[in-house]
Ligand binder design. Structure first.
Ligand code: 6R9
Length: 646
């Protein structure tokens, strides 16, 4: 671990909202009296009817219940759009940068208002009502933001599914949410390649059933099959719709969206976020963590299919009246300098991306970066996985010209917004550390028995009290919510992450301690990949673990036992990789597959993943206790035939 520190640059302590003394003072007050603190900060959004109750939360495993501002009435789209019309109607809300550098668009708040209203009217004309779940399977085009805000405007609950997911994954999410209306595009466009979104949607609808309406946004103009009665082109109905639409008054605790995420067991969970607390938290963190001031151009490179896109491309920035950049493409198309070219083109001040992108761009050396100016940049951010100190230093030195602080923001789909992060004008930086908690956030480090550790320590990260952006339940399965997050350490929210705290009280997230792996910043449950593999007719058993990967952070290592009459081969290896791509999506494809005649098991038949992890990590000198193995010979074979990590 690097313990190098970077002090807050002088110009930052004067321009930022808070300096260190102020941070410590506000933080102390926020945890001492959360009701007073959040009662005050809840006012940053507009309420049609003010709340009188601020916080009503219980982590008691017999009664987990999380409510914030529970008697207030508001609307997220009103706050992100209408509220700004009087003061910033002509200000750019969204800068859209296409996959092709020749394509871009600027959308003002007034235009955003009209587009969102029109989209809301289209949804209504297809029968969408308050409380209905609408699945959005869209590329990174402005319509994705319009559709999210249109749902929010009329009180429908959106479920955005990342465009890289397969028809099967999409079908599972449609079914779980009970969506009857899907919004998609003819095709997506990424890195010059087309993504067959409409065809995938058709295949998903065949599997899921119950879909009554598919609204198709034209992106590439491809000739896609349209099923009469079910499918409509967005532009064809939108052109007849008024650019006005009343907002629904929503209770603070009415659902805003469902977003599916992987856990250590079973199918992806529908993480449910609600209206008031989520918006307050997303907006407040966006302002303070990125030190956002009026006029700044802010760019988060995430996809709206992930929580980062929800909170920090759409809701947080727009609630703050910011200018948010939305990028359709990828970092290395058409050139390896694309990110930096976009920064120069749109004079981006704040840039927020993932460590995996930094690591892959690092490989191309400094020249593709240094040939661009990046003079507009003031602040850099990182999210999605631990950032290794080498990547941090490169980001700081080469991209940020030593000038820009880096906010390493730790959070999760479940947390709705950033929980542990430096504030750029307040907290010194240590490469690889997410540093200190945001206001109102109470992290604790516990040992395996749930004992809370003091001072310098290492263990598992829990949160001992609620914050407004926290998820409220697993959609349709509150018991699973309680089991997953509140039963490991009774009375505390368990994050699933390991963590170290140093002598300055800084937090260092060490990665997942459960069976979730983090591949290029994307969460993947090993159980999901395993169940895709065993669904193949030639596979009898599979065990999947993560291993350190230079660019992706973690790679996917699959141990596969074949049916007794099947011989291993290179072709079969390829077939299985493609099979997983097709079953889940490209982000889940195994990097390495080892054919194993059998897997190490305990006498009671449990697969010993600890051993498989060590072998995949090339740490087989250190396998730990193997005395409970049913057949110790299995391990020798696995070591002898392990797959080389490049
Ligand atoms: C926002 C997002 C959550 C998991 C989380 C942790 C890892 C995210 C991190 C980080 C170290 C950071 N993670 N940010 N680890 N440092 N700054 O990524 O949500 O997709 O739900 O992933 O990602 O392991 O538990 P999500």
């Amino acid at each position: 671990m690097s313990e190098k520190t970077y002090d807050v640059p002088a110009e930052w302590s004067s321009r930022a909202y808070v300096d260190e003394a102020k941070y410590r003072e506000i933080y102390a007050a926020s945890v001492k009296d959360p009701v007073a603190f959040w009662g005050e900060h809840g006012k940053r959004i507009h309420w049609f009817a003010p709340y009188t109750k601020v916080k009503n939360t219980s982590y008691d495993p017999h009664n987990v219940s999380i409510k914030w501002y529970e008697d207030g009435l508001t609307n997220v789209a009103y706050n992100c759009v209408d509220r700004h019309l009087a003061t910033r109607g002509d200000q750019v809300a969204i800068i859209w940068e296409g996959d092709n550098p020749a394509e871009d668009k600027k959308i003002t708040y007034r235009e955003l208002y009209e587009e969102v209203c029109r989209f809301a009217n289209v949804l209504k004309s297809r029968g969408v009502k308050k409380g209905d779940r609408v699945t959005l399977y869209l590329p990174m085009i402005p319509e994705a933001a319009y559709a999210m805000l249109a749902c929010a405007r009329i009180g429908a609950i959106h479920s955005v599914v990342f465009g890289g997911f397969s028809p099967d994954s999409l079908a599972g999410r449609i079914e779980d949410a009970g969506s009857t209306v899907i919004v998609t595009a003819d095709e997506g466009l990424r890195g010059g390649r087309k993504v067959p979104l409409k065809l995938n949607t058709d295949a998903a609808c065949d599997r899921a059933g119950g879909v009554e309406s598919v609204i198709v946004v034209r992106r590439t103009g491809a000739n896609v099959p349209m099923r009469s009665g079910r499918d409509v082109y967005y532009d064809e109905i939108a052109k007849n719709m008024p650019a006005e639409c009343a907002v629904a008054e929503m209770n603070a605790e009415d659902p805003l969206f469902i977003l599916y995420t992987s856990g250590s067991t079973g199918k992806p969970k529908g993480v449910l976020h609600t209206t008031g607390g989520y918006l307050v938290y997303a907006a407040m963190t966006h302002q303070y963590v990125f030190d956002y001031h009026d006029g700044d151009i802010y760019w988060c490179t995430a996809d709206v299919g992930w929580v980062t896109g929800h909170s920090y491309i759409v809701y947080g920035p727009l609630a703050n009246g910011a200018t948010t950049l939305m990028f359709e493409g990828v970092p290395n198309y058409p050139t390896i300098s694309r990110f930096w070219e976009v920064i120069d083109k749109h004079k981006v001040n704040i840039f927020y991306t993932a460590p995996t992108a930094i690591r892959s761009l690092m490989q191309a050396g400094e020249a593709p970066v240094t040939k661009t100016s990046r003079a507009s940049l003031r602040l850099l951010g990182s999210v999605g996985e631990p950032i290794n100190p080498e990547a941090w230093e490169w980001y700081h030195r080469v991209v940020g010209d030593h000038r820009c602080p880096i906010v390493d923001t730790w959070w999760q789909t479940e947390t709705g917004g950033i929980l542990i992060t430096p504030l750029p004008g307040a907290i010194k930086l240590k490469p690889g550390s997410a540093t200190l908690p945001f206001f109102g956030v109470v992290p604790e480090v516990v040992d395996a028995n749930g004992q809370v550790l003091d001072g310098v320590c290492e263990g598992n990260l829990v949160l001992s009290d609620s914050w407004p952006g926290q998820m409220r339940t697993v959609y349709g399965d509150h018991e699973r919510f309680v089991q997953t997050y509140f039963s490991t350490y009774a009375g505390k929210y368990f994050t699933g992450d390991g963590c170290r705290r140093d002598a300055d009280g800084f937090y260092w997230i060490t990665g997942r301690v459960d069976d979730v792996i983090n591949v290029s910043g994307h969460r993947m449950g090993t159980a999901e990949v395993e169940s895709a593999l065993v669904a193949h007719p030639k596979v009898s058993e599979a065990a999947v673990v993560g291993y350190p990967h230079d660019i992706k952070g973690q790679g996917i290592y699959a141990y596969v036992t074949l049916m007794s009459d099947i011989e291993p081969s290179e072709e079969l290896r390829k077939e299985l990789v493609n099979w997983v791509r097709k079953e889940i999506g490209p982000i889940a494809q195994p990097d390495l597959i080892q054919f194993a005649p059998s897997l190490p098991k305990t006498r009671s038949g449990k697969i010993m993943r600890r051993i498989l992890r060590k072998i995949a990590e090339d740490e087989f000198g250190n396998l730990g206790d193997t005395s409970t193995l049913a057949d110790p010979g299995v391990v020798e074979d696995l070591i002898g035939n392990r797959q080389n990590r490049r």
